[in-house]
Every structure is written in C-alpha cells, then in structure tokens.
Design a protein around this ligand. Structure first.
Ligand code: PMP
Length: 395
C-alpha cells in the first residue's frame, strides 16, 4: 500500500466505523419532485431546488441557446479573456433584482465566501460570526489575519457583548457576518437587530443569503428585501445553486465594493469563469422569478401546509421558519433509521447527525419545493407519520 493510501485508508476506516462517512446517493434522473435515486423512484424531499427552476423550460432554453451561440466554455478567467457579455448581463440583471448598485459572480457560493471574506478584514481587524454560520464563512474567516469573535446563535445580547469587548481593543474594521437563513434549522437571522447594533458600534455587515434568495422577500429577492433593509447591509452574498436552480455564487452591494472584489478576491481572479450555459441559465432564473410571483407564493403555501401537518402529527420541527424543515428525533441512529425507512417507502430525505448538529439533535432535514403537488406532500406526510409511529418518534 502506498504511503498516501495508508493514511487516507486509516481515516476512511475510522469514519466508517463511527458511521460518520458520507454515502453518496446517485440520481439517475433530473432533480425533479419524482426522481430516481440509487435506482429507485422516490419523492425528492431534500434538494435545494426550492422552486423547481433547475428544470424550468426557460432556463433550459437559455442554456441551450447560449451553448449554440457562445460554445461550451468561456476560455479563460474573468480578469483575462473569460468575461463574456453574458456575465455582465447576468450581473446587471442580478443587481437590478436585488436592488443593489452592483453584483459580481463567483464560481460558487463557497468560493464567494472563501474568497471575499479574507479580503474584507486583515491584521488589526475583527470579524464577528454567528456560532452557526456556514462552513464556507468559517473557512473564509480562517484565511484572514483578522481576529475572530463568535456570538451565540441569533443572540443580540451576546452580539452586543462581543461588540462592547471590541471597543476596548481599538480594532480598525469590524465586520458582523451571518447566514440569512440557517441551513440546518431553517431559522432566519435577526437582520434588523444586527444592522442596528452594527450602526451603533460602527461595524460593517455581510449576510450569506444562500437559502434566502428565491425564498424570502418580494419574488424571492432575499432577506434584505424581506426586512426592508435596502442599502443598510454592506455585502449580500448568495448562490445560484439553490432556489435559482443552477450553480454559481455572487456578492451584491455598492459599485465600489464590486470593483474592490474583482481586484482582490483570489477565487474570482484565479479561476475559469462560468461556461455560457451556466451564466445564461442563472440570468433566466432571475427573470423567471421577477416575472412570476406565483412560484415563490406556491413555495410558501407548500411550506406552511407541510410544516403545519408535521407539527399536528407531533413532530418536532425546531425553530424552522422557512422551507428547510428539520424533523428532530434526538439520537443519530434514530435519524438514520427514519431516513432509511422513508427511502424504502419512496421518500428521499437525508439524516443530519453529529458533528453537523448537536449529539442529541439528530434529525432528518426535509426541504419543501414549489414543484411538489399537494398529492406529493400528502404522500410524504403519510409515510413520515407511518415511519415516525413505528420508530416511536410520535404516538
Ligand atoms: N452558504 C450557505 C449558507 C450554504 O448553505 C451553502 C451551500 N451548502 C453555501 C454557502 C455554498 O453555496 P454553493 O453551493 O454555491 O457553493
């Protein structure tokens, strides 16, 4: 065995023995409400495709047309020869939709966070994070020389405490960074409180709205629109990989911020730009949302119906306020069993266990989509109730 395989094999074995390894499930169909997963026809209840846009005819047509006209690849990084008119058009459409001066595309949301955060603070600065922020924020923060502060999840008293302590240290810049919608619990960041404290203490604000774009606000304009905070949040980061149904990260804010980012963020500068199909489909997704409020409306109708029924059955859906609906069951083994039983019954929803969530808060995380019919939701509810009773999660 090679030296590499020796150490990697040992770690994989450890993960497997602790049941902490990822089992990759394979889709044999498009990501649809009724998908084929590992060869079995199942109801999709754990995709980020909140609006079903990944299979929307307008997005598909935009992608195909872009390939016909511009080819399969862009040929370069954005800063050299890889900025096509398509990229600029998409950024303008996005900024317009979000109500910001400008927007800048990144390859993924992960790359937006991990590339941008290291550029907004350095030595002598402070970045303050919600304790449950996404891993891409955490990795971005790890790449800075700035000091880090953490506040208790959504706790504004605790954020004030960190800001008070910061006063004594005379930092240069202070940033507060938060997820907009928290991806494990589906709860919403208290943005008005964060903005108020930021103003009081002279801090800047950065929100990762990966799960809020296409979900919150008018026609899915996101958390800033939801709270009416236009112009008060410095950087709105987001992704095209979830409700928008494609792939790609972005930051929205002032034109100066965009110019700074495109000169500084290494994950923008040193990577090939999106192929034409991707960027054309992203632009089409925004246009579909902008034109048709009924999709987001349907998402919320489905969410309220599904969550309401689960609660009536006696399931614990935690603090969820959005289509991300955890069914909290306690022990990891129970969550794993529930997920497996549901799969056998034709419902695909994965377990989320320690270390992703606390040991006693294992869950399956369901994600509602606008593409699901009432019949689909009733099917999922019936199966969840049946399995929940068998596992004695509910009575
Ligand atoms: N932020 C949050 C809160 C997320 O949930 C995710 C996706 N898991 C990302 C960022 C990364 O987005 P992308 O998939 O575009 O890399």
């Amino acid at each position: 065995m090679s030296k590499m395989d020796e150490f990697m094999g040992a770690e994989v074995k450890r993960l497997k023995e602790a049941d902490l390894d990822w089992k990759i499930h394979v889709l044999g169909s498009a990501s649809l409400p009724h998908s084929v997963v590992d060869g079995k026809q199942v109801l999709m209840l754990c995709s980020n495709n909140y609006l079903g846009l990944s299979n929307h005819p307008k997005l598909k047509k935009a992608a195909i047309d872009a390939v016909e006209k511009y080819g399969a690849g862009s040929g370069s990084v954005r800063a050299i020869a890889g900025t096509m008119k398509l990229h600029i058009d998409c950024e303008k459409t996005l900024a317009n939709f979000k109500g910001t001066e400008a927007a800048l595309l990144f390859q993924t949301g992960f790359m937006a966070n991990s590339g941008m955060i290291p550029q907004i603070a350095g030595e002598g600065d402070l970045i303050i994070s919600d304790e449950l922020n996404h891993g891409s924020i955490i990795d971005g923060v790890r790449l800075t020389k700035a000091e880090r502060g953490i506040y208790k999840h959504k706790n504004m008293e605790d954020l004030r405490r960190v800001l008070e302590e910061a006063k004594k240290k005379n930092y240069g810049k202070i940033w507060i960074i938060t997820d907009g919608v928290f991806s494990m619990d589906g709860d919403i960041a208290p943005m008005p409180g964060i903005v108020k404290l930021a103003q009081e203490y002279g801090a800047m604000t950065y929100v990762d709205d990966a799960h809020g774009d296409g979900v919150l606000g008018r026609n899915g304009r996101g958390i800033v629109d939801h709270f009416g905070l236009h112009g008060k949040v410095d950087i709105e980061m987001g992704t095209f990989s979830k409700a928008f149904g494609v792939v790609g990260g972005f930051i929205c804010g002032s034109a100066t911020m965009r110019e700074y980012a495109l000169n500084k963020a290494r994950t923008f500068l040193l990577t090939g730009s999106h192929p034409p199909a991707v960027v054309a489909a992203c632009k089409a997704a925004i246009e579909v949302l902008d034109e048709d409020p009924s999709i987001v409306k349907k998402l919320w109708e489905n969410t309220k119906y599904f969550k309401g029924k689960l609660k009536t059955m006696g399931f614990n859906t935690g603090e969820s306020e959005t289509p991300i609906t955890p069914i909290i069951v306690g022990e990891s083994s129970k969550a794993q069993k529930l997920s497996l039983m549901l799969f056998n019954e034709g419902v695909f929803a994965l377990p989320i266990i320690f270390p992703m969530v606390a040991k006693d808060k294992a869950r399956i995380r369901t994600q509602v989509s606008a593409a699901l019919t009432k019949g689909d939701l009733d099917f999922a509810l019936e199966k969840t109730e049946k399995c929940g009773k068998e596992l004695k999660i509910i009575n």
